[in-house]
Design a protein around this ligand. Structure first.
Ligand SMILES: Cc1ncc(COP(=O)(O)O)c(C=O)c1O
Length: 483
């Protein structure tokens, strides 16, 4: 038997009396069976004979991971059951020693910051390009990445590793053809939103094509696996596989979910179909819907053509710029959901983003277009208030460059206190403050609250349309600082 799914199926068919974990013993012990169905519980097994062990794989899980590595162009693959978050933390722990530098984009996902806190690595931030003409932040530019990698002739400044987020949540990928990688500096890639890239030549290249050493994909985000199931792929060269496997044990559960792992395996089995479906979808239905949306007066799509040189766009991320129409993204998203039964992926004051897949039917897509047209044509009757957001607010010049006093790890272990923001200039932050848009932290634990940061935060907090993550005290007039 070489498939995990077959092994699970075989176990179910044998109808063993289950005197083992999980305690629902195949479903009888759980009232959730009416919501989730019997089969999920039957397949929810554990490391039993024939079912292998994720942390020391020898047969069915090992085989599935090897096949995944082949599909995704890697030397090896680890299945992840705690999301890409776990893979990102593990790769940082494995590749960067405490006190060594890790270059990261300033708008990195919070799991990268968690990796910095757990590892004690020193962040070296790479600024993110936020063009004035775009409603969303792009990514780090190839020039910035080249500077980080190659101008560090002074070896004391060379980062131990470089981590990129490629693509961004909005599907903006760095044009890696324009980046000269250093073969001695490991490239770690948060490819959470790019698991599907390998399946079409019309999508940006994936990390296996441009020289990633380790890359993490949220298979559950854009392919067909269950939420929380992801993959970590790697190339042997600069990576200690033993260390990586050990770090994965530190951050992943000892009771990995078999339904999650089986769903990852099913993605690999489906690889040929994904190639066909994604390619057809991008050439036909996706082109069609993008054109149709562009025809709706006032709605602007973020298009590959608008993305300046140095970047590539994943066209399956449909970011609609609402600034011309003057509708708030929050308002439009509420209308779509409440009046038309459509739930979008991501919202901010100036835009909404929808995630499209080959599995959205033509009918569904037509309904989406009709719904948008109806809202735009009846703007007044929907009582859409004008967007109050300063349209230049996300501009690059507004975002102060961080002044790091101590590492995020050092900061979280200090004693803290809440003080009024107006009293905080010159103090060191102990919490994250991340405004959306643009999703780039204004403060990370360990950074000085400068006059510029204070001004920036003041400007943001005045505007109710800006969503701010952080301010744990739940009032933006207080901030947690180191005592
Ligand atoms: C850019 C980015 N990286 C990493 C993650 C973490 O992925 P997961 O939810 O699979 O842990 C996310 C999740 O939203 C993300 O947006």
């Amino acid at each position: 038997m070489d498939s995990l799914q077959q092994a699970i199926d075989e176990y179910i068919k044998n109808q063993y009396s289950r005197y083992h974990t999980p305690g629902h013993i195949g479903g009888e012990g759980s009232p959730a069976i009416s919501l989730l169905g019997e089969q999920v519980f039957k397949a929810d097994l554990t490391e039993l004979p024939g079912l292998d062990d994720l942390h020391a794989p020898e047969n069915v899980i090992k085989n599935a991971q090897s096949r995944a590595a082949q599909v995704f162009g890697a030397d090896f693959t680890h299945f992840l059951v705690n999301g890409s978050s776990a893979g990102i933390i593990a790769m940082i722990l494995a590749m960067v020693e405490p006190g060594k530098k890790l270059a990261v984009p300033r708008n990195a996902h919070r799991s990268v910051y968690h990796g910095l806190i757990l590892s004690g690595a020193i962040p070296e931030y790479i600024p993110v390009e936020v063009p004035k003409e775009s409603p969303v932040a792009f990514n780090i530019s190839p020039d910035e990445l080249n500077n980080t990698i190659s101008t560090n002739i002074d070896s004391s400044k060379t980062p131990e590793a470089v981590l990129i987020t490629n693509p961004s949540y909005h599907g903006v990928a760095i044009d890696m053809n324009k980046v000269a990688l250093d073969s001695n500096i490991p490239l770690l890639v948060d490819e959470a939103h790019g698991a599907h890239f390998i399946f079409s030549k019309d999508l940006p290249p994936d990390a296996s094509e441009y020289g990633g050493d380790l890359w993490v994909q949220s298979t559950h985000k854009t392919l067909g696996s269950l939420t929380q199931s992801s993959m970590l792929h790697g190339i042997e060269n600069l990576v200690s596989r033993e260390k990586l496997a050990f770090m994965l044990q530190l951050v992943q559960t000892t009771s990995p979910s078999y339904p999650l792992m089986a769903s990852l395996e099913s993605v690999i089995e489906y690889a040929d179909k994904y190639h066909k479906h994604w390619q057809e979808f991008i050439s036909n239905r996706l082109k069609y819907i993008r054109n149709k949306i562009c025809e709706i007066p006032g709605l602007q799509l973020v298009t590959p053509e608008q993305i300046t040189t140095g970047f590539k766009l994943d066209p399956s991320k449909l970011t609609i710029d609402l600034r011309e129409l003057n509708i708030s993204g929050y308002k439009l998203s509420d209308l779509l959901r409440n009046e038309f039964g459509i739930q979008v992926e991501l919202v901010d004051s100036n835009s909404i983003m929808l995630m499209l897949t080959p599995y959205h039917t033509e009918r569904e897509l037509d309904y989406l277009i009709n719904s948008l047209e109806t809202i735009v044509n009846n703007k007044n009757s929907y009582q859409i208030v004008n967007n109050t957001v300063d349209k230049q607010l996300v501009a690059k010049t507004d975002i102060p460059y961080p002044q790091v006093e101590i590492t995020p790890r050092e900061a979280v272990y200090q004693e803290g206190e809440y003080i009024e923001l107006s009293e905080a200039i010159g103090r060191v932050a102990q919490e994250f403050v991340i405004p959306y848009p643009p999703g780039i932290p204004a403060l990370v634990p360990g950074e000085i609250i400068t006059g510029d940061v204070y001004e920036y935060l003041n400007k943001l907090t005045e505007n109710p349309e800006i969503h701010i993550q952080g301010f744990y005290y739940s009032s933006s007039s207080y901030i947690k600082v180191i005592r």
